[in-house]
Design a protein around this ligand. Structure first.
Ligand SMILES: [Zn+2]
Length: 106
């Protein structure tokens, strides 16, 4: 079955596309992509600004950017010719700590 343009764009996304951002640059972003599952006790629970799905984000997420779920993010990314995907140093640190914790817990 032929893949849609949107599916091809999403399939082409990789970690190399994630660019480092300062908190100021992150604050200027349009949306924050949020997961459904909580991994940290201080996660903020809210709802996707697009579809209303229950989501969580970190307390240091940009305050003014709309918080959206992964599914809605896929739609936005697919619709954007040159999507810019950013992560702050704080986010990268937390992701790293989370992965190390997961690896340690076997
Ligand atoms: Zn959504």
């Amino acid at each position: 079955m032929a893949k849609s343009k949107a599916e091809n764009i999403i399939a082409g996304l990789s970690m190399e596309m994630v660019v480092p951002a300062t908190p100021q640059e992150a604050e200027a972003g349009d949306v924050v992509v949020c997961g459904r599952d909580s991994y940290f006790p201080d996660d903020i629970r809210t709802f996707c600004a697009e579809c209303g799905e229950a989501i969580v984000h970190r307390p240091h997420a940009p305050a003014n950017a709309r918080k959206i779920c992964v599914d809605c993010a896929h739609v936005l990314i697919a619709a954007d010719d040159k999507p810019v995907i950013m992560a702050t140093e704080q986010t990268m640190k937390e992701v790293k700590a989370f992965i190390l914790r997961k690896k340690g817990a076997h």
